[in-house]
Design a protein around this ligand. Structure first.
Ligand code: UFG
Length: 355
């Protein structure tokens, strides 16, 4: 398959690209590099620098690279930023996304997989959350992802799209080549590992009085490698069947508390990782855990790397190798990694293929 990965230089996009390439697909990456990293695109795929809202440019790339299917991972994805600037989120995640849909329609590309979020559910009434449960987002981030799912549904009904939306929760871990490098960093696991690395004095634990066994929030973590495989299976599933939008949760089905994450990180890193309690963070539901039964049953998806220990081990290895994220690569190394004969890249593809 010839696949366009929009947002393919970001954390989830770049690791999915690795999986798609290892599975033998031809990949083109389209990214504006605002939060993505040029060095996150492994050797092989063509990188096109462009805006998600640039319909003409997207049409050109879809035609030129004779694309069969699109994986859309290009979204603004910070809850607090979305609260501060909803317009940015509606412009990028909804208007930009619709430009992509229209470019696909104009070029006859009707297979689409969308990287959505569990934030579409808002505060769940029950856990584990199932796909048919109420969607009532509590921030513009979740609202804009849900709005785009709505547009996908109508492009399926009116224009014959076969589309899949994958909703997931907390993504963690790394591959050999790619890991988490956000600015600012707000996610628990990278912040905990920053403390382990000596870049911060302690981790803050937001809330100790939740109705959970140890009083801290429980979250569903999924390894970014397992997500990559989920995207691959979903892309393959858009090849047949009637036009529709199908929705699947991807999660590990087991939740871990914030305290459990810190404790596991102490074991994995062998570092003390001091933690200090703080008051609750606004908008944090006590427990967010997904039911992935549908994805397991219908897509054949099985998370293989999503034990807490594995996610932390891989994230820690990447952090140690890239203490300042993608910026810390020596120029010679960065050049080598984009060169055609890069053996490290081939090894990465091989290691993903083996998983
Ligand atoms: N937390 C801390 N200290 C920190 C950072 C986080 O205690 O320094 C806690 C949070 O309060 C929360 C848990 O760790 O209970 C996880 O927080 P993250 O910020 O890592 O992730 P969230 O669960 O808030 O967000 C995730 C995704 C979002 C998505 C959301 C859905 O990253 O993209 O789930 O609710 F929108």
């Amino acid at each position: 398959m010839r696949i366009l990965v929009v947002g393919g230089a970001g954390y989830v996009g770049s690791t999915s690209v690795e999986t798609l390439v290892a599975a033998g697909h031809h990949v083109t990456v389209y990214d504006n590099l605002t939060t993505g990293h040029r060095d996150a695109v492994i050797d092989g795929p063509r990188l096109v620098v462009g805006q998600i809202g640039d319909r003409g440019h997207l049409e050109h790339v879809l035609r030129e690279d004779r694309i069969d299917a699109v994986l859309h991972c290009a979204a603004k994805s910070l809850v607090s930023e979305s609260m501060a600037d909803p317009g940015l989120y509606y412009r990028n995640n909804v208007a930009g996304g619709v430009a992509l849909l229209e470019a696909m329609k104009a070029t006859g590309v009707t297979r689409l997989v969308f990287s959505s979020t569990a934030a579409v559910y808002g505060e769940p009434r029950r856990v584990p959350i199932a796909e048919a449960d109420r969607t009532e987002p509590i921030n513009p981030y979740g609202a804009t992802k849900l709005a785009f799912e709505g547009a996908m549904r109508w492009f399926a009904a009116s224009h014959g799209f076969r589309a899949i939306s994958l909703r997931y929760f907390n993504v963690a871990g790394a591959t050999e080549a790619n890991g988490e490098d956000h600015d600012p960093e707000t996610h628990l696991i990278p912040l905990v590992l920053n403390v382990a690395a000596g870049d911060a004095s302690h981790v803050q634990i937001f809330g100790q009085d939740y109705p959970t066994p140890d009083g801290t929030c429980i979250r569903d973590f999924v390894h970014v490698r397992d997500l990559g495989n989920g995207h691959l299976l979903a892309l393959e599933a858009t090849g047949e069947g009637d036009p529709s939008l199908e929705v699947y949760n991807l999660g590990s089905a087991a939740g871990f508390s914030v305290r459990e994450v810190v404790e596991a990180a102490r074991k994995v890193t062998g570092r003390a990782i001091p933690a200090r309690p703080l008051k609750r963070r606004v908008g944090d539901p006590p427990v967010l855990v997904a039911s992935s039964r549908r994805a397991r049953r219908e897509l054949g998806w099985t998370p293989r790397h999503s034990s807490l220990e594995q996610m932390l081990t891989d994230a820690w290895r990447w952090q140690v190798a890239h203490p300042r994220g993608y910026d810390d690569r020596a120029p010679s190394e960065a050049q080598r990694s984009t060169g055609p004969a890069d053996s490290q890249q081939r090894n990465v593809a091989a290691s993903v293929a083996a998983t």
